[in-house]
Write a protein that binds this ligand. Structure first.
Ligand code: ATP
Ligand code: MG
Length: 372
């Protein structure tokens, strides 16, 4: 079942006066696992419904394999949608739910059986074939709706928060299953979620949306490691956001930044800046090392070192979160993994004096406020 590429071209959508989608442009490659990620109400479901043909656009186009589908009704588009609430027929068995679209197509009984059996094994539902939906768990119901959606042999599968009704552990399991299924069927998946860890863990590419605008497009790595702006930096993962002023341009790649609350810090220069610019820096808490001991620094590379006192500790099992008050009163978040616990120094505790240090590459500019 080869998949299709999907292009969203300058799509605008209004609900009355409300501009819900603003000039959306996206290229989704054939057979990729693509995620639309954004907070509640940002327009994800609306965009998915536009691709499915359930909602009109006010401007723009939707292309499948470079051909416009905007004038095709939903049932003429080679696209199927999985919803959060399963939408199964309660009076039909699992087998008959999956067979339903095939019966509509008037396939022979033999063809239907062959196909449904294949879909049952693909979604590991063989032993549940005779059950009705109300005899299934949430995860099993969602697998039935997956199997039914795949029965139509769509070229694109649209998944609108398909695991959000399940508990955390089951969400993880179904997500891994979805990923495996995607590899097996080899069609294009467009997956909608407001959960950043879901989007980062399975996607080839992610588009981050906010207020009807795509604010960043990239691989999960790019989105996490180089957030495009303050919104992405705070929405995806956690970060220390710090406002400072450019004091010196050290080299092509590094700048010296003066922070009222941290002193002078070397930062990675991933955007053009001038001396005197006010800038916003992001630094992920897990990129910072923390120790009772002052680090021994080599002179041939930069390392930022800040001294402080532990203000709060939160033990999380696999890691500890430290909130450390710097000498100038700034609270820096530092997350320490419990990897080499046996080799570690004495456990860092509340009120301990500590040094925090990090590679300048991990503190980088997210926003620039020009002075001129
Ligand atoms: N039919 C409609 N008429 C009027 N407003 C609508 C309609 N459908 C959605 N909206 C509004 O458009 C905005 C985007 O809705 P949408 O369902 O696309 O958001 P979402 O990103 O999917 O959110 P969630 O994560 O909560 O599902 C919301 O403010 C919503 O209230
Ligand atoms: Mg939605």
């Amino acid at each position: 079942m080869p998949g299709s590429s999907v292009s969203i071209v300058e799509v605008d959508k209004y609900f009355g006066d409300f501009h819900v989608l603003k000039n959306i442009n996206l290229e989704i490659k054939e057979n990729e696992f693509f995620s639309l990620l954004g907070p509640s109400g940002c327009g994800k479901t609306t965009l998915l419904r536009i691709i499915a043909g359930l909602e009109d656009v006010d401007d723009g186009d939707v292309l499948l394999d470079d051909k416009s589908i905007i004038h095709l009704p939903p049932n003429k588009r080679p696209v199927n949608t999985i919803f959060q609430n399963y939408a199964l027929f309660p009076h039909l068995t699992v087998y008959e739910n999956i067979a339903f679209p095939l019966r509509l197509k008037k396939l022979s009984e033999n063809e239907i059986k062959e196909k449904v059996d294949w879909l049952l094994s693909l979604t590991r539902l063989e032993e549940h074939a005779k059950k009705k939906p109300n005899q299934l768990s949430g995860g099993q119901k969602q697998r039935v709706s997956l199997a039914r959606a795949l029965a139509n042999e769509p070229k694109v599968l649209l998944l609108d928060e398909p695991v959000s009704a399940l508990d955390a552990k089951l969400r993880q399991e179904l997500l891994i299953e979805l990923d495996n299924l995607h590899d097996k069927v080899g069609i294009t998946f467009i997956y909608v979620t407001h959960d950043q860890s879901e989007a980062l863990s399975v996607s080839d590419h992610v588009a981050v949306m906010n207020n009807g605008v795509v604010v960043q497009y990239g691989t999960p790595y790019e989105i996490y490691e180089s957030p495009a702006d303050t919104f992405v930096a705070t929405f995806i993962g956690e970060s220390n956001l710090m406002k400072g002023t450019v004091k010196d341009l050290i080299s092509e790649n590094y700048v010296l930044v003066e922070f009222p609350t941290l002193g002078e810090i070397v930062c990675f220069k991933d955007k053009p800046v001038n001396i005197g610019d006010d800038i916003l820096i992001t630094l992920r808490p897990e990129k910072i090392r923390i120790s009772h001991l002052k680090p021994q620094l080599s002179s041939d590379s930069y390392t930022n070192v800040v001294h402080g006192v532990v203000d709060e500790t939160i033990y999380m099992g696999y890691q500890t979160k430290y909130f450390v008050r710097t000498d100038d009163g700034y609270i820096l978040k530092v997350y320490k993994q419990h990897a080499s616990y046996l080799l570690d120094e004495k456990i860092i505790q509340w009120k301990d004096e500590v040094y925090m240090y990090w590679n300048p590459d991990d503190s980088f500019i997210v926003e620039v406020e020009r002075v001129d």
